[in-house]
Design a protein around this ligand. Structure first.
Ligand code: HEM
Length: 288
């Protein structure tokens, strides 16, 4: 069955669903070469039902199962109607996982993203503990872990601009203008931070954006902080008289990143020797 060409319009949700679950010849051929049944774990999300139905249409002789808690009404029935076997289970429940039918092919679609803020423990359990348990329980199966559906194609960084006049915050962005997000500048916003250019280790109000914000906020922030803590502790251990460096630690706008790095690397290179005074680059920029 070849995938039909995109129509001018769809008249119903069912028509979209039919279109999206029409398998390509390539998919039919791939699944024909893949032995065994298919179990979709976390089938109840936005994409799971369509994917499971697509698999069933591409390989009607295979048993295709979909596992979810099915808290949303109608999903279970719709899957069953499409020939997919719905199985109710909570993936956080290890005993329930162990009772699932073993299938040669697992598509893992469970994960928490939207709504993660405010419920960190559940996010951790869903995104870390559940994949680990699934990997153990289905250790004999082929597992595909589904990450995301990329709606937009990749584009060159320089190709984007405003396609119409738009107001962002209090700024008018005109058609044809480009906008670049600059987190580093936001972190020195005088409207938000007192003494924005000073390095103040114990700021009382420090809502900085170094790790981004919102649902895409850096997932490695905790780890990055821990690594930095280890680095700082090690530097302090190895360079006990670090207070001598105090004078070059102040942020000075005229010091380039390159100068700063050179000065730091030179200083550390010499640290193993007699540890002389600061290098010339550092001397140049030291605060009186
Ligand atoms: C000092 C070190 C780090 C900085 C400054 C940093 C900064 C950021 C920022 C600004 C974002 C948000 C990007 C956006 O809004 O689209 C981000 C996202 C992300 N970071 Fe980091 N990061 C650091 C370390 C790490 C580490 C150690 C890891 C992994 C162990 C990590 C993994 C990620 C991932 C996976 C995302 C994407 C999250 C998402 O799109 O939902 N980062 N990071």
């Amino acid at each position: 069955m070849s995938q039909p060409t995109l129509p001018d319009r769809f008249d119903s949700v069912e028509a979209v669903e039919d279109f999206m679950t029409a398998p390509s010849d390539a998919l039919v051929a791939d699944l024909a070469k893949t032995p065994g049944d298919i179990i979709v774990l976390g089938v109840g999300g936005k994409m799971g039902p369509t994917l499971a139905r697509l698999a069933k249409r591409a390989a009607p002789s295979k048993r295709v199962m979909g596992v979810a808690r099915f808290s949303e009404p109608g999903v279970r029935e719709a899957l069953a109607g499409a020939g997919v076997e719905p199985i109710s289970a909570d993936l956080l429940d290890r005993a329930a996982l162990e009772k699932l039918p073993t299938a040669a092919n697992v598509i893992f679609m469970a994960g928490r993203k939207f709504g993660a803020t405010g419920n960190v423990p559940l996010t951790w359990a869903m995104n870390v503990q559940v994949p680990a348990m699934v990997a153990e329980v289905f250790k004999a199966s082929r597992i595909v872990a589904f990450s995301t559906g990329c709606v937009y194609p990749f584009v060159p960084v320089g190709s984007g601009w405003a396609s119409e006049d738009v107001l962002v915050g209090h700024r008018d962005i005109h058609e044809g203008e480009r906008v670049q997000v600059c987190l580093a500048a936001a972190n020195r916003d005088p409207a938000v931070f007192e003494q924005p250019d000073d390095f103040v280790m114990d700021r009382a109000h420090n809502r900085h954006l170094a790790f981004g914000a919102g649902i895409h906020r850096c997932i490695g922030a905790g780890m990055a902080r821990m690594q930095l803590r280890v680095v700082l502790e090690e530097i302090l251990r190895r360079v006990p008289d670090i207070s001598r460096m105090k004078s070059i630690l102040r942020v000075k706008p005229e010091v380039s990143l390159e100068d700063g790095l050179k000065a730091t690397i030179d200083w550390f290179r010499q640290e193993s020797g007699s540890r002389p005074a600061l290098t010339s680059a550092a001397q140049e920029h030291r605060t009186p």
